[in-house]
Design a protein around this ligand. Structure first.
Ligand code: GLU
Length: 284
């Protein structure tokens, strides 16, 4: 099968050097494989995403020298490439999971789960999300009463104790145990927005992505996503998780690091080559 990669920023802020490093790698892997690259905007969270950050991401990555064959700025056979315009597709995927009996409605909040685990509540720490207590799962009949998601959260029931492993193209073989390293995870939010895990699997499948290149902060999410691929009867892509860049204090780069945003560096007069060098990439 011909290589199809993708880059999929969430427009909640300006992209930083860490994104440059990961997206450059995704770009090169697609080029070296003679394949194509898809650009997809993951703007599902209406509270946190802003259109100006989508335009900035497109502009800054183009400036850096990254090209893609399909995306919101030029269209393509799998348009739209903007997740907020793909709601009907996500709903179909929700229905498929619902019909298969893989998901259930859940009235517990993330805060409830964090409190039960005695963990501090941290919305951003997706990979450190505490395990949802199995005793909170409702009886199977609770799901059957629904024919649409409604105003309730939905979770995927993980197979407790099952070992989930995959061979990552960069990190080697990684393994997690469902129900221990991660628990039942959100697939749909009560505000009507599909959760990241559902949307990303739905779109990587729909857009026929053959390899996912992204940051190593999403390694554990890959284990969750493999369960979704299996439940949906879909072939998963290959995975390549890139090492994360840290700041001088050893903290992982995040959108709060304005000084290291591509926009700021660009405005300060750095060239694309200099920015790539700061991201640890030699573009020569
Ligand atoms: N949209 C996600 C982010 O910006 C990345 C999702 C992915 O690559 O799977 O963190």
């Amino acid at each position: 099968m011909r290589y199809r990669g993708r880059i999929a920023p969430t427009p909640t802020g300006y992209l930083h050097l860490g994104h440059a490093a990961t997206f450059w790698r995704a770009f090169l892997r697609a080029r070296n494989a003679g394949g194509s690259l898809v650009f997809r905007i993951e703007d599902l969270d209406p509270q946190r995403c802003r259109p100006e950050f989508s335009s900035a991401a497109i502009g800054d990555l183009r400036w850096l020298g990254i090209d893609w064959e399909e995306g919101p700025d030029q269209g393509g056979p799998f348009a739209p490439y903007v997740q907020s315009q793909r709601h009907d597709w996500f709903l179909l995927v929700w229905e498929k999971l619902h019909q298969g009996g893989f998901i259930y409605p859940c009235t517990r909040s993330r805060r409830d789960v964090a409190t039960a685990a005695g963990a501090p509540h941290d919305e951003d720490a997706e990979e450190n999300e505490p395990v949802f207590p199995a005793e909170w799962r409702p009886a199977p009949a609770a799901a059957r009463a629904f024919s649409s998601p409604g105003a309730v959260n939905w979770r995927f029931r993980v197979p407790d104790g099952e070992s989930i492993s995959f061979a990552d193209q960069i990190q080697g073989t990684r393994q997690w145990t469902a129900g221990q390293d991660f628990g039942d995870f959100l697939v749909w939010r009560k505000d009507g927005v599909p959760a990241y895990e559902l949307a990303v699997v739905a779109d990587d499948h729909a857009m026929q992505i053959t390899e996912v290149v992204r940051g190593a902060d999403l390694l554990k999410s890959t284990a969750r996503q493999l369960l979704l691929y299996r439940a949906l009867g879909w072939e998963p892509p290959q995975w390549a998780h890139t090492d994360l860049l840290c700041d001088a204090q050893g903290r992982r780069l995040a959108k709060r690091h304005d000084a290291l945003s591509l926009r700021t560096l660009r405005e300060q007069g750095f060239s694309p080559r200099e920015v790539l060098a700061r991201a640890g990439i030699s573009s020569a």
